[in-house]
Design a binder for this molecule. Structure first.
Ligand code: KG4
Ligand code: ZN
Length: 517
């Protein structure tokens, strides 16, 4: 039998609560576990086996103190070292998080548990009389002596050695050596639009591989993404892209902790290819399937680039399908302040590029030409610049450009394409910047993120940086290859979701109009 340690998921809670009830006279409720999984500074793991979850443990971190909240091994799986494996993972994580002392309470009559904790360096520091209200039993309060790094690691190693020796037939992955607070290895798949992408990410920050197969060449001749072609091309590419991501990362499916996939928003025929493939992999490996909102992925591209980026913040999401300002008081809490009423910013770039005969995708072509053009040459409209909401409207601007081009052509005048590109781009940027600044001020945040393909636009980045910088607002922008669609950002968001206990049911479907909430 092999067992492995992995993050506790909300999907495990039926099992966990049943084990808890079968073992402890006053078991934790489901609500208590849900609460733990959504809190920060927690580390909850389960020992998973072919017979399901056979044990679990949790740690709370308060500055330099670590509190072992709970540790349980199913009765018929006891005596094989699983308790040691769970505890050694908690200690490992505690050490990674800078904890130098651990504490716990244990029933005075629970001799095997007390023996386990003593072995791990815990000693009795006191007694809480009648602590357990069910039986009136006393609790022993145990502490480890304050551990410097060296003795901490000695304890960990002693424990790990004995744990692996005692594991016998158990083979425990995930707990071995050097695991940081939230140790995982995630394979993520992205297929919401016209890029088939896969990436492997370790511990939410170490990107081992990121493969993006763009279908741009197939769509270019039609001047935009053709859904039927996207779906077919994803089907052709996905096996190779996933294999390449695993190969480049030098890992196999057996090494992974979870499979993640974008399940919305996007083109339904494109999404289902990634979701179907990810479901198949999850079923075949028994790994949890983590569903990621594509827009949350764009936000997390920033975290991948700079792990210190944290809410509260405001984000501007600008891509081919979206233009929204989002207030993020905490990761996982999203309040859309306003969105485009018609075209998305990327869509406007693409349509104007088409009208100028620049091909698809239009964003990169327009931004390149704009560099040599005069942004004040043509006064295109800045729709809703002065409206005191956070809505955008871009179709009027697109129409104004097309009308301008028609008029000039009819009058037989040559069109100065760089001037049109620069003037159009400036009109887009002026509104984006003004609304982003207002959003940051209204929400009173000091951090601003940019996400989505249009975030690759250099002039937009610079204008936002100047506006935010002059107000003392910290701005984060992902590197160019993390702005446009990729799976690395999906893996980063999945890391967050995995440790919150969020997983998709095996029969989950793509949700083309999934909202950020
Ligand atoms: O995020 P993304 O790769 O896909 C969606 O989720 O939509 O965004 C693609 C969009 C396209 O409309 C493309 O024209 C635009 O991003 N884009 C740009 C630039 N690079 C890509 N727009 C303006 N300037 C750029 N440099
Ligand atoms: Zn996107």
């Amino acid at each position: 039998m092999t067992a492995r340690l992995r993050p506790m998921l909300k999907a495990d809670l039926d099992r966990v609560v049943a084990l808890e009830r079968a073992t402890f006279p006053s078991p934790w409720s489901r609500g208590m576990f849900v609460d733990e999984l959504t809190q920060a500074h927690r580390h909850w793991i389960v020992a998973d086996s072919p017979w399901g979850v056979v044990g679990y443990a949790g740690l709370m971190i308060a500055a330099t103190d670590g509190h072992v909240m709970n540790l349980l091994v199913r009765q018929d799986a006891q005596g094989r070292g699983l308790g040691k494996a769970l505890l050694s993972d908690l200690i490992e994580s505690a050490a990674e998080a800078g904890v130098d002392r651990l504490t716990l309470e244990v029933r005075r009559g629970n001799a095997p548990a007390i023996a386990l904790y003593r072995e791990a360096g815990f000693t009795e520091a006191g007694v809480r009389r009648g602590y357990y209200s069910d039986t009136g039993e006393d609790a022993l309060v145990m502490w480890t002596t304050p551990l410097d790094e060296e003795s901490m690691s000695a304890v960990r190693h002693a424990l790990q050695e004995r744990a692996s020796a005692a594991l016998g037939a158990f083979e425990v992955g995930g707990a071995a050596g050097g695991a940081p607070l939230q140790h995982d290895l995630i394979l993520a798949i992205e297929s919401s639009c016209d890029e088939t992408a896969a990436a492997v990410l370790r511990d939410g920050r170490e990107l081992l591989s990121s493969v993006v197969a763009s279908q741009v060449d197939f769509h270019r001749r039609f001047g935009g993404v053709v859904p039927e072609i996207a779906s077919r091309k994803h089907t052709e590419a996905i096996v190779g892209v996933v294999d390449e991501a695993l190969r480049n990362a030098a890992v196999t499916l057996r090494d992974l902790t979870a499979i993640a996939v974008t399940y919305g928003p996007g083109l339904v025929g494109a999404l289902v290819v990634g979701v179907g493939y990810a479901k198949g992999l999850a079923l075949a490996t028994g790994l949890p399937l983590v569903g990621v909102n594509h827009l949350e992925g764009h936000l997390f591209a920033n975290v991948l680039a700079d792990p210190s980026v944290a809410p509260p913040l405001v984000a501007l999401l600008v891509s081919g399908g979206h233009t929204s300002l989002v207030h993020v008081p905490a990761w996982g809490q999203y309040r859309t302040l306003g969105s485009t009423l018609d075209d998305a910013a990327g869509e406007a770039f693409d349509k104007v590029a088409k009208a100028l005969g620049l091909g698809y995708p239009g964003g990169p072509a327009i931004s390149l030409l704009a560099e040599t053009g005069d942004a004040s040459a043509i006064p295109f409209p800045r729709a809703m610049l002065r409206s005191d909401d956070f809505a955008f409207s871009l179709s009027g601007l697109k129409t104004a450009v097309i009308t301008y081009l028609d008029k000039e052509r009819r009058a037989g005048r040559d069109i100065d394409v760089p001037n049109v590109a620069a003037s159009f781009q400036a009109a887009v940027i002026d509104v984006q910047v003004a609304k982003a600044v207002r959003a940051v001020e209204t929400c009173g945040v000091e951090t601003f993120l940019l996400g989505g393909g249009v975030g690759a636009n250099r002039a937009l980045r610079e204008a936002l940086r100047a506006a935010m910088g002059s107000r003392g607002v910290r701005m984060s922008v992902p590197p160019l290859d993390l702005c446009t669609d990729n799976a690395a950002m999906i893996a980063a968001a999945a890391h967050f979701r995995l440790w919150r206990g969020d997983a998709l049911a095996p029969d989950a479907e793509a949700v083309p109009d999934l909202r950020l909430a």
